[in-house]
Design a protein. Structure first.
Length: 149
């Protein structure tokens, strides 16, 4: 759990758009992992003592465990029989990732030209509310005269 939490630390130093997008996720994930760790240390052992009664079945009696154990044993033996082939395949897979990585852009979120217009009027602080409202109405009328694309 600590490794997962540490892996989210770089997200906390992101700035601007990417930071605003991913920081809430990182905080949520970190708090959820912390809560799970606290529950796993405090409440789960107590509940186990109360809820688990009788004899606990052996791992070997579970068919899912037996299947995964056989699959792991088979895979492990094959890999150990052909270590050079496995290393070559891993190396080729790593090298094959170089071309796509070079094609990826460097920006997190490229600027989008959606045809939107953002207009943020500013006036002197001394302008009255009615005058500012009047100016906004005039600029809105002026903007509406432009054709939409």
């Amino acid at each position: 759990m600590l490794i997962i939490t540490v892996s989210f630390l770089p997200i906390f130093v992101l700035g601007e758009q990417s930071g605003r997008l991913f920081k809430p996720l990182a905080y949520t994930k970190t708090f959820a992992i912390a809560a799970g760790a606290i529950l796993g240390i405090t409440i789960v052992p107590v509940l186990m003592a109360y809820l688990i009664r009788g004899r606990i079945p052996r791992e070997e009696s579970n068919p899912v465990n037996r299947f995964s154990d056989r699959l792991y044993d088979y895979s492990f033996r094959r890999v150990m029989r052909h270590p050079k082939t496995v290393l070559l395949v891993v190396l080729l897979l790593g090298i094959s990732a170089i071309y796509p990585m070079k094609k990826i852009g460097s920006e997190f979120m490229p600027p989008l030209d959606e045809g939107d217009l953002l207009y943020m009027p500013t006036t002197d602080p001394s302008v009255s509310v009615t005058k500012a409202k009047e100016l906004l109405q005039q600029t809105d009328k002026l903007i509406k005269t432009f054709p939409r694309s």
